[in-house]
Structure formats: structure tokens, C-alpha cells
Write a protein that binds this ligand. Structure first.
Ligand code: FES
Length: 242
């Protein structure tokens, strides 16, 4: 056992969480009346510092999403399966003491991922969730500004997710209609299409399909030229976006 002081008892306000760091482990100290609890200082939800939280009734509440832990028993009243580890503590000669050996032992099963030397390392997001997919990007910007992305910021090619592309099934070719009689099977059917027939420069296509939409930049010059030549041979055009 190696008892070390984490705070002066007389300086810890009643029911006001205080922070301590021992063996690279964040602790939260809660004094209540003549007693003290020293708990692991990071929320079981997403690792926020519990010393940034508040005490409400008999609960220590995380300041981020309000997960609760009883400061005396360490267990959540709301969900008993959630808890913070409680370390042994003593009050001696106006000092609050913990056993550094116990904390070091605890870290073997609970290694701490926080690099405090790094900017924002104390507040690393160790439980990223899909709903907050931009947090990493925001923190990257906070850390490096635009130095890693260039002065235009993060940019990506325009595009449409493959699942949202129109498919052949979406092109509905009516085989019969009411205001004209259907053609016989062997009748010639024209596929020409004119876009903007009343404009100065109508666009005449031989087929009702058009090549779209990746921009020059998203695709190389060679790829764009190849697509344009292919479109021309097929009797259609290509959308050119720069
Ligand atoms: S991080 Fe504590 S409640 Fe979400």
C-alpha cells in the first residue's frame, strides 16, 4: 500500500465534485458531510470528466448527458448496471488519501487512453457514435486548423451514392397507351430526343440517355474525354461540370 494525498479535506467543498489525477487515472472526489468518496473520474457513458459534473440529491451527475451515479455507493440509481469504480480513501490530518498501488493495479485491467500532453487529449472522444460522425472532423480542425487540408478546407468530389442512382427499372417504357394505338412489334420506333426544342440551340440526342455527372477534377481529363467520346459514339452527350 502506498497512501498518497489527493486533496486537503478542508479545501474540498461539500457536495462539489473535485478532480485529482493519480497514476494517470482521473479521479473524482465528493465530500458529503463528514465522509468522502473517491471514484473513477470518468463517466461510463463517454468518458467525460465527472469532476465537471454536479451533485444533485444523492447523485453525482455527469455534466454532458446527465448519467447518474450515487456518490456514496458509486452505482447508478437509474440503471444499476452502470457504476464508477470506487477506490479506497481515508481522511487523515486534513488530507484525503488514496492507495496509489490500488489505482495502479486497477489500470492493468483498465488502461487509460488519454494523452494529456496532446491538445484536447484530456477530452478525447473514446466512444465515437454514428450520430456524431463529425466530431472527429471538428476536433481535427480545432487541432490543426486548415494546415492539413489546405486553405479550401476539406473537399470531396460531388457524387450520388450508388444506391440512389436511377436504375433500368426506373426507366419505364410504356408498351401501350390509350390516345394512340400501340405499334406492331415490327414497327420502327424512333429513339431521338430533343432537349429544348424551342431554344436557339436545341440538343438533339439519338437515344434518351445522357451521361452524367462526375466533374472534371473528380475524374481525370483522360477519363472525361473517354466518356465524352463514348457518349458521342452512342449518339448522346455528356454533362460537363467544372
Ligand atoms: S459522457 Fe457522461 S453522460 Fe454522456
Amino acid at each position: 500500500m502506498n497512501k498518497v494525498a489527493v486533496a486537503r479535506y478542508s479545501e474540498v467543498a461539500d457536495r462539489k465534485p473535485a478532480h485529482a489525477l493519480i497514476a494517470n487515472v482521473d479521479l473524482v472526489i465528493v465530500r458529503f458531510d463528514d465522509s468522502v468518496s473517491v471514484l473513477y473520474g470518468r463517466c461510463a457513458h463517454r468518458d467525460a470528466l465527472m469532476s465537471d459534473g454536479v451533485v444533485s440529491g444523492e447523485n453525482l451527475l455527469c455534466g454532458v448527458h446527465y448519467w447518474d451515479y450515487r456518490y456514496d455507493t458509486r452505482v447508478s440509481e437509474y440503471n444499476n448496471s452502470e457504476s464508477l469504480y470506487k477506490f479506497q480513501s481515508w481522511i487523515e490530518n486534513d488530507e484525503i488519501l488514496v492507495d496509489e498501488d490500488e489505482i495502479k493495479e486497477w489500470t492493468k485491467a483498465n488502461p487509460q487512453p488519454f494523452n494529456r500532453e496532446e491538445y484536447l487529449g484530456q477530452y478525447a472522444d473514446t466512444h465515437p457514435v454514428a450520430e456524431e460522425d463529425k466530431v472527429g472532423e471538428i476536433q481535427h480542425l480545432a487541432k490543426f486548423g486548415l494546415t492539413k487540408w489546405g486553405h479550401h478546407g476539406n473537399s470531396a468530389a460531388m457524387g450520388v451514392p450508388r444506391t440512389e442512382h436511377p436504375r433500368w427499372d426506373d426507366i419505364q417504357i410504356l408498351t401501350g397507351q390509350l390516345h394512340k394505338l400501340p405499334l406492331f412489334d415490327d414497327a420502327e420506333v424512333a429513339t431521338e430526343l430533343v432537349i429544348g426544342p424551342n431554344t436557339k440551340k436545341p440538343l438533339h440526342l439519338k437515344i434518351p440517355l445522357f451521361v452524367s455527372d462526375m466533374s472534371f477534377g473528380a475524374l481525370s481529363e483522360e477519363a472525361k474525354i473517354s466518356l465524352a467520346q463514348g457518349a458521342e459514339r452512342a449518339g448522346t452527350g455528356i454533362y460537363l461540370f467544372r
